[in-house]
Every structure is written in C-alpha cells, then in structure tokens.
Design a protein around this ligand. Structure first.
Ligand SMILES: C[S@@+](CC[C@H](N)C(=O)[O-])C[C@H]1O[C@@H](n2cnc3c(N)ncnc32)[C@H](O)[C@@H]1O
Length: 274
C-alpha cells in the first residue's frame, strides 16, 4: 500500500501520553521466547515515538527505531533522552525501504501495531534475510477480542462507544486515515507469515495491565493519537471536537479518572532457523 505521510499528522505529540502501555511482562516474555541473552541488535519497525524501542533497548547492544514520520522520531529520541538511553539510532524510512535504510543483521525485529501499515508479505521476507541465524520477528498488538476482561479498579470505564460516535459526527461513519479511508483488514498476521519462509508462527499472550487509570486529557490524547481521529482530520473544528469530548468525559466522571483496559498484549513470533 502506498505510504501516506499524513496518516499520523499531528498525532506524535499525543502518542506517549495517550496510548496505553503494553504488558509490564513483555520484556520477560520476549527474552524467554526469542532467547535474548545480551548481545545482538534490535530493529523496531514503525517505531512511532519509540514505545517498544525505548522499552527494549536495554536488552541489546544496539537498537534501531525506524519510522517514516519525522514527528514520531522526534518524540522517540526525546523519550530516550529523558531515560538516558544511549544505544538507540533513529532512522526515518519505510519498512519497504529495508534493508537499505537500516541494514542487518538483527537478533530481533519488532513491529508494534505497525505491520498492517506495510506491504506485509514482501516486508516479512526482507526481514527474514536481515535476521541473524536463530533471530526472531515479533508482531505485537493489544488484543481485547477473546480475552477475559478483568474486574477493574472501581472507576468508570472510558466511554469508547460515545467518543467514537463523536468522531463519526465530525468525520463521518467511514474510518478515515490520512487523505483517504483506513484499509479494511480481512486476514490474520499468522496467515501472512505462514506463506513466507518463516512458516507458521507462534502466537502467545502476555497479561495486560488490569487496573490502568487515565485522566480525561490522556483519553482525549489517545483518540488524537489514532490515524482515524488524528488532529488534521478535524481541520478548524478540532477545538469543537476536543470540547465535546471533554464535556462527555466530565459528565461520566466527576473526578475525571477512567479505567482503561486495552486488552492483553498479543505477540505473533516467527524464527529464522539457527
Ligand atoms: C500505531 S503506530 C505504532 C507505534 C509503536 N510501534 C507502538 O507500538 O505503539 C504505527 C506507526 O507505523 C508507522 N508506519 C506507517 N507506515 C509505515 C511503513 N510503511 N513502514 C514503517 N512504518 C510505518 C507510522 O508512522 C506509525 O508511527
């Protein structure tokens, strides 16, 4: 699919504050399942503001965060600086430009909620060639469907359906992305990888955060960090949208605190033979 540089226009500043974190046990699970033991390099493709890059860099000698969106990379390098993580190189480029933009070899190549934006099958084949023997590819997403929802910490849940209705009021009922509409997904990552040299991958789940609390501004930022409700899509009605979301949230929680359950963290992992 051709890359549209406006899909996340204006979203980067909202991403770190607005998006829920992956499972706190993700590092341990990846270390175990990918056999990480210190040496080697990480490539995080579609790294956005470095959500995974910054979390995983300490498990490697060097890490590379790759993303076509310059705003996202700026946020990523700021996050790494804040945590004094010094072994990350930030590269602007698309997955389809691999291996040229960030040549291998890598011990682990991750895609956090980004594989679906790429030309999946050829990109997976390229990654296969870039991995060191025994290296792994990990596709990481939040998954709610089919997972058991925890009881929650006794605060109101984010009123997602009502916020989505507001998004539809401003942007229409078809899910937007950049200058067009979001592509409809009709297939699973597992089926794509099964048709590559990786063969059938392994799928596993790591428990999500059961009691994540977010304030109203973070909930609003979460929506503005999505390609389907990125700031640029609202044009000069952005402030009106933000005002309506804030009013809705104030109506649902007097203290402005909400429970967020983004689901468990799903990992689809495939190895290159040793
Ligand atoms: C939903 S964000 C994911 C950010 C981060 N990896 C995470 O786990 O939260 C998707 C990212 O994929 C990037 N992206 C979109 N098309 C891409 C492509 N063709 N190659 C690489 N990255 C791409 C976007 O710029 C965006 O930063």
């Amino acid at each position: 699919m051709p890359y549209d540089p406006t899909i996340y226009l204006g979203s980067a500043a909202h991403y770190r504050y607005g998006r829920p974190a992956y499972s706190p046990q993700l590092e341990a699970a990846l270390t175990r399942e990918a056999g990480l033991d210190g040496p080697g390099r990480l490539l995080d493709v579609g790294c956005g503001p470095g959500v995974l890059t910054v979390r995983l860099a300490h498990l490697f000698e060097q890490a590379v965060g790759l993303d076509p969106d310059a705003g996202m990379l700026t946020e990523g390098s700021r996050a790494a600086e804040e945590k004094t993580i010094m072994n990350i190189r930030w590269v602007q480029g698309r997955a389809e430009e691999l291996p040229t933009v960030a040549p291998g070899p890598y011990r682990l190549v991750t895609f956090g909620q980004s594989f679906h934006w790429t030309d999946e099958r050829p990109v997976a084949e390229t990654v296969y060639d870039m991995l060191e023997p025994g290296g792994a590819l990990a596709l990481i997403v939040h998954t709610v469907t089919g997972r058991t929802r925890p009881p929650g910490p006794g605060k109101p849940a984010i009123p997602h359906e009502e916020i989505k209705a507001l998004v539809a009021k401003y942007l229409g009922s078809t899910r937007r992305a950049g200058q067009g509409t979001a592509p409809q997904r009709t297939h699973r990552f597992e089926d794509v990888l099964a048709r590559t040299r990786f063969g059938v991958p392994r799928q596993f789940f790591v428990p999500g955060i059961p009691d994540l609390l977010r304030d109203s501004e973070s909930v609003l930022s979460g929506y503005l960090s999505l390609s389907s409700s990125a700031p640029h899509l609202f044009g000069d009605r952005l402030n009106d949208f933000a005002r309506e979301v804030r009013a809705l949230l104030a109506n649902r929680s007097a203290e402005g605190i909400f429970w967020d359950w983004p689901g468990d963290t799903e990992v689809v992992m495939a190895h290159k033979p040793d």
